[in-house]
Design a protein around this ligand. Structure first.
Ligand code: PXP
Length: 239
């Protein structure tokens, strides 16, 4: 199982004081050194953490693939076409949300997503769709010709009790199995930490996890390399 490390919250620390440090690109290089398989950044429309320059620098300097999380907003799409990340993950975005709140609705935004995907794909950018673990969304992802999907583990991670936790874990497992059977590459992520990642890493149909906040939080105390290595060790010991 692969690990994509999201370095957004290195930029969150920087923006807390509008300084030039800490630099997300340095965190990305350390994650690469520690064995991460890809780097993930979300260039939000309000630029609250990652800036365009960060994306350009990471793409230029870091060797492992760059996965750009992005909305289908016209300006963001134009930036993606300019920077040409190895992969783009389409996510929904609301200005005032604390973090991404759910998967992108492929049924509601079908045509816009299809058009954005066409533009990205014709520029050789692999396209992933971040969706909730729902069969109808997976079917639409197939219809849209997605290269892969990322299942939203947010509801599982945030569940308040065991029953809810089991329900979402089960949905994620069934969705991963269904998508894999249909030939999709399956990734998952959102809200995963050093504890709740274990059961997700046990789902063999999931081939990649994208994790940010918990790794950066741990890195504050133990350093980026140890934080990433520890996560890799936990993931590998489950499979
Ligand atoms: N995957 C997607 C699609 C996301 O939007 C995010 C948050 O930027 C993540 C993974 C990582 O989530 P977290 O920071 O909670 O680990």
């Amino acid at each position: 199982m692969k690990l994509g490390v999201n370095v957004d919250h290195i930029a969150t620390l920087r923006e807390a004081r509008h300084t030039v440090y800490p630099a997300p690109v340095v965190g990305a290089l350390l994650a690469e050194y520690a064995g991460a398989d890809s780097i993930v950044v979300h260039l939000r429309e309000d630029r609250r953490h990652i800036k365009e320059e960060d994306v350009i620098l990471i793409k230029k300097i870091v060797k492992i693939p760059l996965n750009l999380e992005m909305s289908i907003n016209k300006d963001i799409v134009n930036i993606a076409l300019k920077v040409k990340p190895n992969q783009a993950t389409l996510v929904p975005e609301r200005r005032r949300e604390l973090t991404t709140e759910g998967g992108i609705d492929l049924i509601k935004h079908y045509r816009r997503i299809r058009d954005v995907m066409d533009r990205l794909k014709s520029n050789k950018i692999r396209v992933s769709l971040f969706i909730d673990p729902i069969k109808e969304q997976i079917d639409k992802a197939i219809q849209l010709g997605a290269d892969l999907i990322e299942l939203n583990t947010g509801r599982y991670s945030e569940s308040k009790n065991k029953k809810e936790n089991r329900k979402w874990l089960n949905r994620i497992r069934l969705s991963a199995q269904y998508a894999k059977r249909k030939g999709l590459f399956v990734a998952a992520g959102h809200g995963l930490d050093y504890d709740n990642v274990k059961e997700i890493a046990n789902i063999k149909e999931i081939e990649e996890l994208n994790i940010g906040h918990s790794i950066i939080c741990r890195a504050v105390f133990v350093g980026m390399v140890s934080a990433v290595e520890e996560m890799i060790e936990i993931i590998n010991s489950q499979t």
